[in-house]
Design a protein around this ligand. Structure first.
Ligand SMILES: NC(=O)c1ccc[n+]([C@@H]2O[C@H](COP(=O)([O-])OP(=O)(O)OC[C@H]3O[C@@H](n4cnc5c(N)ncnc54)[C@H](O)[C@@H]3O)[C@@H](O)[C@H]2O)c1
Length: 366
């Protein structure tokens, strides 16, 4: 199969859909891989690295789309790419269709086969192509939180690990899922005192089993949240109710109960955030302050660490890319039920429930 890897053109997106390791595997399996010149640079992979493992470097994005049977990328196509996508071309990337009617209509018109990373789903309901980004964001939440706790950037002036004779900082984590556990691990590693809340007792039991004793689990309810926000320096929002907006666990009135300079990192911002005062920010301007509380609400946190994020993402996408290339999309989706769940739009027809629903369209999914 001919596989194309275009350079991402979405603002500030430095990840790339395939590393040289991925090209190596595909070429070994007899496929041809076209990589757009400088596509990997933002993630630290240069044209020479791709050439050495057998890729063909093309100068233009038009060339990559024109020559390829399958496009492998990271972000949803942007409007400059809509007309480059061809009938029967397979596009494997994050799409998040429900959040863009324009993109959905464009992909229906293109008659391409759209397999979305975010809906590939394992039998136990986990989303294997989303997990690595939550792992990155959870770990980053503590790195960013520790930085914004510094006084010159309006934080409380607390060092998370403390020093001999001074107690460590206190980190409150809402949600003990992928984001929450990775954040707890990082905060505990720095020596901070960690309190982690969830409504799922299985998760809390798991955290209690695997974490050191300075990571304390508690049930998530308003009483406990109101109590803990008064004594914690850094608050991480990592809750998720699948398919729904995140619940506002910290309301505006609660900010006044916090110490001035408390930092909130609301990772759940992409689902509306679990703090009432959350509004999405960017890496250029990541924070704002309300009632002396620093809010960090960057919606694409992994974008700040493109090397780690690209490798983490492509580690999990490559087995599917290989399967699609070796078997073709129809056979690959028939034999792999997880991958089948990734099918969103096939040759002009929506096949994933939820997309039509999101726009109130009356379309029956086949
Ligand atoms: N900002 C970013 O760059 C970025 C990156 C990756 C993920 N995310 C987002 O982070 C969020 C968390 O993702 P995840 O992979 O950890 O999800 P997850 O499903 O693994 O974990 C979510 C946890 O929230 C818990 N929860 C639900 N309601 C709760 C409540 N009222 N109180 C406490 N806990 C509650 C669930 O029981 C679950 O354990 C999602 O919204 C995800 O989209 C954001």
């Amino acid at each position: 199969m001919k596989i194309g890897v275009p350079k991402e053109i979405k603002n500030n997106e430095n990840r790339v859909g395939m590393t040289p390791a991925g090209v190596f595997e595909l070429v070994k399996n007899g496929h041809t891989v076209y990589v757009q010149s400088t596509a990997g640079e933002g993630s630290g992979f240069f044209d020479d690295d791709y050439l050495q493992v057998g890729a063909i470097i093309l100068d233009t994005i038009e060339g990559v789309y024109l020559k390829s049977d399958m496009i492998v990328k990271v972000k949803e196509p942007v409007d400059q790419e809509y007309n480059l996508i061809q009938e029967n071309q397979l596009v494997f990337t994050y799409f998040h269709f429900a959040s863009s009617e324009t993109l959905t209509k464009a992909m229906i018109t293109s008659k391409a086969i759209c397999i979305a990373y975010e809906t590939v789903e394992d039998a136990d309901g986990t989303l294997p192509l989303l997990t690595p980004m939550s792992e990155v964001a959870g770990r980053m939440a503590i790195q960013q939180g520790a930085k914004y706790l510094e006084k010159p950037i309006k934080g409380r002036g607390v060092l998370l690990g403390g020093v001999p004779g001074v107690p460590p900082g206190r980190v409150l984590i809402l949600g003990a899922g992928t984001v929450g556990i990775q954040a707890a691990k990082m905060a505990a590693g720095l020596g901070a005192h960690v309190t982690i809340l969830d409504i799922n007792m299985k998760r809390l039991r798991h955290v209690n089993d695997i974490m050191p004793s300075h990571v304390v689990t508690e049930f998530s309810n308003e009483y406990n949240i109101r109590r803990h926000i008064k004594t914690h320096d850094l608050i991480v929002g990592g809750v998720l109710i699948p398919g729904a907006k995140a619940p506002s666990l910290i309301t505006r009135d609660m900010l006044k109960e916090m110490h001035p300079g408390t930092v909130i990192v609301d990772v759940a911002v992409d689902q509306g955030g679990c703090i009432e005062t959350t509004k999405a920010t960017t890496h250029e301007n990541p924070t704002y302050i309300i009632d002396d509380v620093v809010h960090y609400c960057v919606a694409n946190m992994p974008g700040a660490v493109p090397y780690t994020s690209t490798v983490a993402l492509t580690n999990v996408t490559l087995p599917y890319v290989l399967k699609l290339a070796n078997m073709g999309w129809e056979k690959a989706c028939q034999t792999d039920k997880s991958l089948q769940k990734g099918l969103n739009i096939v040759k002009g027809t929506i096949v994933y429930e939820g997309i039509a629903e999101a726009f109130g369209w009356e379309v029956s999914c086949s």
